[in-house]
Design a protein around this ligand. Structure first.
Ligand code: UGA
Length: 451
């Protein structure tokens, strides 16, 4: 919405949320304190806020004034009831649709921006239709699907120059109204028009294909380690085939983020719902392989450190699910750290952008002092936030790189090795560190996918 406001100064954009604290943070004069860390976002908000970009808790008033409403609420995986663990929880979509139905005036175009299971628009339409022609008369609605394809960390660039914008719908006038917004900066040939169901399904399919590529390369990484091949050489060789393409072939600790797993599980649930068991189990494997990869890395660490990490200090560099974000949702670091804590390890965790309070929520464990010997009951794992890679490495047996922050490419391995207990290891799950320098400094180095 900030980018739309930035690119279309003639359009008034109001972002509304029930959470007053969050809205206050979006209105903070200090742009470095916006609730989401995303490179370039502060500049965009700084240019548009107060001009034609507004953040408010006045939800009904904003809906009443709007020609177009974007439903951008979260749709997490259900944790209970029918479809628990797979289906999307649509309660916030429904609540929002009902609120739009009640508060809208005149003709309103309702755009599904949240990622949704196929045919959700039907429910949204039914709720809106029930309000059509209500009391004060004349309220009408059109529903469009306009899924978002931006990736975190590169969101602003992805929005400013998207590969495509997808708009699904049945009402040509509504479609063209939305096209006219994106058309302010996106070339016409990149704006795709489809029916509603194709649009909803395209979003799930794009994420499933992207995640599948990561599970595929991670499966080959394990085989490379076993056979003496190098996954980066394999990735370069296959990526040179223009039919495959070079991007999204980076082996790592498994994919994280709020979307890939959720969307695939949603797809799996939909397939089962329609009786397509073979299709469901095909896609389910992408998630299973990803879970396996995360556990595999924790197991690799334990095995390498003579089969036990109990009471050992390990330096964990990076906790976000990818670089350039403070988002930890489904981060592979969560499962890997939990496995190691379960084994009794003492983790010193550093991430320049992630709040330690978030790490505590993710690990479901408060931090504890781990540096002083005897300060924790024997055998119990724990973790402590630290401010730098050097502080993490102090007295550690191993350094683990779990997020590909640029700073980890330039670590001074001589200085770090001098702080560590010998024998010392580097486990580079992102294969970004200078492995030769680490080896030269006396560390035993494991890199994902290197045989
Ligand atoms: C993903 C998609 O890339 C976006 O197109 C989509 O809009 C978004 O989900 C969404 O549905 O909201 P995002 O999760 O922000 O975006 O980030 P990605 O760059 O896709 O990375 C996802 C995970 O895969 C990260 O943990 C990343 O480290 C990992 N990854 C990515 C790899 O392990 N290897 C790669 O080669 C690429």
């Amino acid at each position: 919405m900030a980018v739309i406001a930035d690119r279309c100064p003639q359009i008034q954009v109001t972002v509304v949320d029930l959470n007053a604290e969050r809205i206050a943070a979006w209105n903070d004069d200090d742009l470095s304190r916006l609730p989401v860390y995303e490179p370039g976002l502060d500049a965009v908000v700084g240019r548009a806020r107060g001009r034609n970009l507004h953040f408010s808790t006045e939800v009904d008033a904003a809906i009443a004034a709007a020609d177009m409403v974007f439903l951008s609420v979260n749709t997490p995986t259900k944790t209970r009831g029918v479809g628990a663990g797979q289906a999307s929880d649509l309660r916030w979509i429904e609540v929002s649709a009902r609120q739009v139905a009640a508060a809208a005036q005149g003709h309103t175009i309702v755009v599904e921006k949240s990622t949704l299971p196929v045919r959700t628009a039907e429910a949204v339409k039914a709720i809106l239709a029930a309000a059509q022609g209500d009391a004060h008369g004349g309220k009408t609605f059109s529903v469009l699907s306009n899924p978002e394809f931006l990736a975190e960390g590169t969101a602003i660039a992805d929005l400013e120059a998207p590969d495509r914008v997808l708009i699904g719908g049945e009402d040509d006038a509504a479609i063209e109204a939305l096209v006219s917004i994106y058309g302010q900066w996106v070339p016409e040939e990149r704006i795709l028009r489809t029916n509603l169901w194709s649009s909803e399904l395209s979003k799930l399919t794009a994420n499933a294909f992207l995640a599948q590529r990561i599970s595929s390369i991670n499966s080959i990484a394990a085989l490379c380690e076993a056979t003496g091949a190098d996954v980066r050489e394999v990735a370069r060789a296959i990526g040179s085939d223009s039919r495959l393409g070079a991007r999204f072939l980076q082996a790592g600790p498994g994919f994280g983020g709020s979307c890939f797993q959720k969307d695939i599980l949603n797809l799996v649930y939909l397939c089962r719902h329609y009786g397509l068991e073979a299709v469901a189990s095909y896609w389910e494997q992408v998630v299973s392989l990803n879970n396996w990869q995360q556990h595999r890395i924790a197991r690799k660490v334990v095995q390498s450190l003579f089969g036990t990490v109990t009471g050992k200090r390990l330096a964990v560099l990076g906790f976000a699910f990818k670089a350039d974000t403070n988002d930890t949702r489904e981060s592979p670091a969560i499962r890997i750290c939990r496995d190691l804590i379960e084994e009794g390890a003492q983790l010193a965790i550093v991430d320049a952008k992630v709040d330690p309070a978030q790490i505590a929520r993710d690990l479901e464990q408060a931090p504890q002092e781990i540096a002083a010997a005897g300060s924790v009951p024997a055998g119990e794992g724990g973790w402590l936030p630290v401010a730098s890679a050097e502080a993490a490495a102090q007295g550690a047996d191993a350094v683990l790189i779990l997020t590909e922050w640029a700073a980890y490419r330039q670590l001074d391995w001589v200085a770090i090795a001098a702080l560590m207990r010998r024998p010392a290891w580097l486990f580079d799950a992102r294969a970004i560190a200078d492995a030769d320098a680490a080896r030269a400094a006396g560390l035993t180095v494991w890199r994902v996918g290197e045989g």
